[in-house]
Ligand binder design. Structure first.
Ligand code: NDP
Length: 244
């Protein structure tokens, strides 16, 4: 994939799937913007990418529950307008619905949905000016299947599908595509803390017989951002080893 001259911002790119996506864009020559809740971590990851791939890479503290607007201003002043936005950052607060506290509901909605709404609105303004843009939302298999203990999380991930489809229709005439990627079980910190018996039960449900790697998701994200996918919008691509 060729991304020279493009600026890609990936939310939650200090580790896991987001970091793999940033690396994939750097491999294609893009300028990458690494973001997370800690400035030092984001800058460290950006510095490593810069050294390894020889591309421009910047690290910013960007908490989706914080003041996104002022960070965005700083980003545009330092780097310029963003061409590719990957809405990757997401959190879980798993518990059975009957025990779910309002704060467990609110924090997941605020990060995964409201934060995505806010940052996408800021990014899209620049894309409209450039008459080109890509928005890629990382949803989840559970937005389609549902999952015990994840009423809050799966609601946000299903919500991102409606967000993707509606925004795709609104922005198509501006040469901006909006798509989603729905991973199944990918080996990251998010899934690493699950008990072994739960992991085993997931593994049995995966026809390809193995968990996914962050790079499996990153490959699809870079495809959707590339010119090869210029006629695809409002779509969701599943990356789950056949689980769904
Ligand atoms: P991780 O928990 O490994 O990483 C999450 C990333 O999000 C980190 O970079 C973290 O950065 C950042 N982050 C967390 N909270 C915030 C916040 N409030 N504002 C900004 N950034 C934040 O997650 P994964 O890599 O596993 O998941 C990435 C995405 O993929 C998520 O949306 C997840 O829902 C989705 N997904 C993951 C699956 C999996 O199996 N792993 C399956 C399906 C979907 P920092 O800590 O530095 O702030």
């Amino acid at each position: 994939m060729e991304f020279k001259g493009k600026v890609a911002l990936i939310t939650g790119s200090t580790r896991g799937i987001g970091k793999a996506i940033a690396v994939a864009f750097a491999e294609g020559g893009a300028t990458v913007i690494i973001t997370g809740r800690k400035k030092e971590t984001a800058e460290l990851v950006a510095g490593n990418i810069k050294n390894e791939f020889g591309v421009e890479a910047y690290g910013f503290e960007l908490d989706l529950t914080g003041d996104i607007k002022s960070v965005w201003k700083e980003i545009e002043e330092t780097v310029g307008k963003v061409d590719i936005l990957v809405n990757n950052a997401g959190i879980t607060k798993d518990t059975l619905f009957i025990r779910m506290k309002e704060e467990d509901w609110n924090s997941v909605i605020e990060t995964n949905l409201t934060g995505t709404f806010k940052i996408t609105q800021l990014a899209v303004k620049g894309m409209i000016k450039k008459k080109w843009g890509r928005v890629i939302n990382i949803t989840s298999i559970v937005g389609f299947t549902g999952n015990i203990g994840q009423v809050n999380y799966s609601t946000t991930k299903a919500g991102l599908i409606g967000f993707t489809k509606s925004l795709a229709k609104e922005l198509a005439s501006r040469n901006i595509t909006v798509n989603a990627v729905a991973p199944g079980f990918i080996e990251t910190d998010m899934t690493g803390s699950l008990p072994e018996d739960i992991k085993d039960s997931y593994l049995k449900q995966i026809p390809l017989g193995k968990f996914g790697k962050p790079e499996d998701v990153a490959n699809v994200v870079t495809f959707l951002a590339s010119d090869k996918a210029s006629y695809i919008t409002g779509e969701t691509i599943h990356v789950n080893g056949g689980m769904y």
